[in-house]
Design a protein around this ligand. Structure first.
Ligand SMILES: [Zn+2]
Length: 714
């Protein structure tokens, strides 16, 4: 009995020694541990998985210590966090916290995304992980991680942080960078869902509430009276906002959409939509009935819209105090209201920044319109959102726009003046100028516009380009300086001429600078590719100049001095009107044995009256928003190709484009250094066919444009 007892004691003692030894050993190896709640929510599960995944990559041998002991992470709504007073209810929505108590580290936050943000902050700020773009991340090389204490918390500044990249963009990149919506690519429950719009859609929704096609016959009185007729539809006309009873009909639809929004979200396990949109259709035709006209005279277009909006949402706002309801100040409703109208507290007014100089500061004279628009509207609405642009479209898409020094001050200005949310269109990561840097700055500015962007840019340059970072930064600074000194105005739909602030010598210098940058990272394929992408926007401009840049020598019957030549075969035109305008080969032009040369064909056989005579050519100044020259021809100058001359035109110093037809469906938004500000004869080589232009003709109705030239006159 005694002997047996002694033996048991010995066994117990050995076990104790072994356990102690194991504890000491584990204490030495500092292997981290991740603990979550007993029944984790989908986003808590993701937060714990992401934490484990990245720590396994960057913590050598899973060694993470806080003080001298291995770290235990408590992710989300855990008993430990609760014991320290850090339960979900102690946080505001999206608030996050990284806090150590000895070896125990709480990573938790409010709402469905706070815990994720805590994990991502810890990984980014303390462990050095960077998420540049989908599938493009940098994790520091593995080493044992050691922290003395951890104590940081925060909450994103702006309520709605949405960057539209492309329709299938990875929502994980958005959440990792603390955005809370991701364009058209929804954020699923395992990533905490989004701050998002409920049905029917996020913009231009009037016709989705009451489609004209469905109700126009039975209720013509709901729709705009234009030219004596009740018309409607998304691209056709607006609604009759003073129509008695219309607000009630809208309110009932809104109730249904809210119910649907909540049911859909419940089914997906994501938070319910936070905002519902009720905004004008995407066209310029407002109601001209007596009551609407009188209301507009008294309150302005925006005032008439807000009176309607406030009435529509009144009941829903009382029943759902957490919800917001958005509308637009857009086109004719951009000016703020008069005679005491203001947006109800639950109403969000969205301003659209389409007139900006993309490359300049919000405080630049070029951007006074948006600057003043924000200041003005802040007096009439408690909630402003901005629909803004990080991309340039049109002919100048993918060309250099050195605006990274001004991103933060713009968001800071928005923050100072009542703006609470954004939809930022920044599409086309593959082509847009310095996409990863700008996306990073945009995400950071939306999270905290008051932080210093200098270290963020410096960190990006050194982490993203390695040894080439300094040289890339130098080139970008030069680009910004040249843009400022030469006062270039880059619109959101730039013409190529807007990049004429860079002359051909500058382009050679940039080629040299980026060449030197590439030299610094030679042999590192990943960094070489990144430097190549940093140069891509300037390379694109350089290639364009090589294609169009040389003046054409004098040509008999066309011009007696060297001139700028834009033949359609180079396909540099911008064509609007769907399939009615396109490129074809014309045996009447160029070498018939080759099937002719490529020209622009405008099919004029439809009922589009703007293809009727007179035929028009003109030049439009984009940045100055005014016509510069135009001329109309009552009939063709004859059959076959003929020169149609605008005569002597002094081209705008800033951007412009040439256009053809009365609907401007063929445009040439190209200009080269030496053109802006100069005086030229501008003419186009055009051919007309068909009965629309030559009665009795059996040919198809068409206008063909083979060439546009600018021939110097000074
Ligand atoms: Zn009306």
């Amino acid at each position: 009995m005694f002997r047996q007892k002694k033996r048991m004691f010995a066994t117990w003692r050995i076990a104790l020694i072994a356990t102690t030894l194991a504890l000491v050993l584990s204490g030495c190896s500092k292997q981290f541990e991740v603990r979550g709640p007993d029944a984790p929510k989908p986003w808590e599960k993701t937060a714990a998985e992401e934490l484990t995944h990245y720590l396994e990559l960057c913590a050598e041998g899973r060694q993470v210590a806080v003080g001298w002991r291995s770290a235990v992470f408590h992710v989300g709504d855990t008993a430990f966090a609760r014991s320290k007073g850090l339960s979900p209810s102690s946080f505001k929505d999206e608030e996050w916290c990284v806090k150590s108590f000895g070896r125990d580290v709480v990573l938790a936050g409010g709402g469905t995304r706070g815990t994720l943000y805590a994990v991502y902050h810890f990984l980014e700020d303390d462990c050095g992980v960077r998420w540049w773009m989908d599938g493009d991340e940098d994790v520091p090389s593995a080493k044992p991680l050691k922290f003395d204490t951890l104590d940081r918390c925060g909450k994103p500044f702006f309520l709605c942080r949405n960057i539209y990249r492309f329709s299938t963009s990875d929502p994980r990149t958005a959440i990792r960078n603390r955005l809370n919506d991701n364009g058209d690519s929804p954020i699923p429950a395992e990533l905490g869902g989004a701050f998002t719009y409920g049905p029917p859609y996020l913009a231009h929704t009037w016709d989705k509430y009451l489609p004209f096609d469905k109700h126009g016959k039975e209720h013509p009185e709901w729709y705009a009276l234009v030219g004596g007729k009740r018309i409607g539809g998304q691209n056709v006309a607006q609604m009759c906002l003073t129509c008695p009873g219309l607000t009630d009909v809208f309110s009932r639809c809104l109730d249904e959409f809210i119910a649907k929004g909540e049911a859909d979200a419940g089914a997906k396990g994501v938070p319910a939509p936070r905002i519902y949109d009720i905004s004008m259709n995407d066209n310029m035709r407002f109601c001209e009935c007596t009551n609407c006209t009188a209301a507009t005279a008294k309150y302005g277009h925006s005032g008439r819209q807000l009176n309607f909006m406030n009435a529509v949402v009144e009941r829903a706002a009382k029943e759902h105090p957490d919800l917001l309801f958005s509308t637009f100040a857009y086109y004719y409703s951009e000016p703020p209201p008069s005679n005491g109208v203001r947006a109800a507290d639950s109403v969000v007014v969205r301003l659209c920044n389409t007139r900006q100089n993309m490359a300049a500061s919000i405080f630049d004279e070029d951007n006074r319109f948006m600057h003043d628009q924000v200041l003005e509207w802040n007096k009439f609405a408690q909630n402003l959102f901005v629909w803004d642009y990080g991309i340039t479209y049109g002919k100048g898409k993918g060309y250099p726009v050195p605006n990274e020094p001004y991103i933060f001050e713009k968001f800071r200005f928005y923050a100072d003046n009542g703006v609470k949310g954004f939809l930022l269109e920044h599409e086309d990561p593959g082509c847009s100028d310095m996409y990863e840097l700008k996306y990073r700055l945009e995400c950071k500015a939306m999270e905290d516009p008051y932080q210093d962007p200098g270290p963020i840019i410096a960190d990006f340059m050194s982490r993203y380009y390695g040894a080439a970072g300094g040289k890339v930064l130098e080139a970008r600074r030069l680009l910004d300086r040249l843009r400022r000194e030469r006062k270039a105005f880059i619109t959101w739909f730039p013409t190529t001429g807007e990049f004429n602030f860079l002359n051909d010598e500058d382009l050679v210098e940039f080629e040299r600078m980026f060449g030197a940058a590439a030299e610094c990272v030679k042999g590192d394929a990943k960094l070489e590719k990144r430097v190549e992408r940093a140069y891509a926007s300037i390379r694109r401009l350089t290639e364009f100049r090589r294609k169009f840049g040389t003046k054409h020598p004098p040509e008999n019957g066309v011009a007696d001095k060297p001139f700028f030549d834009f033949p359609a075969r180079e396909k540099g035109y911008t064509l609007h009107d769907g399939d009615n305008v396109g490129y074809v080969k014309d045996p009447d032009f160029g070498d018939p044995l080759e099937g002719g040369e490529t020209v622009v064909r405008v099919k004029a056989d439809g009922d589009a009256s703007y293809y009727d005579l007179p035929f028009e050519l003109g030049v439009y100044a984009v940045a100055d928003r005014r016509g510069v020259a135009s001329k109309r021809w009552e009939k063709p100058l004859g059959t076959g190709y003929r020169w149609y001359s605008l005569g002597k035109v002094t081209l705008p110093a800033r951007s412009f484009y040439f256009y053809a037809t009365r609907k401007w469906t063929t445009q040439l938004a190209i200009s080269l250094p030496g053109m802006n500000g100069g005086t030229f004869e501008v003419k186009a080589l055009v051919k007309f066919t068909g009965p629309r232009f030559f009665p009795g003709s059996t040919e198809p109705d068409e206008i063909r444009i083979a060439r546009v030239i600018y021939s110097p006159m000074d």
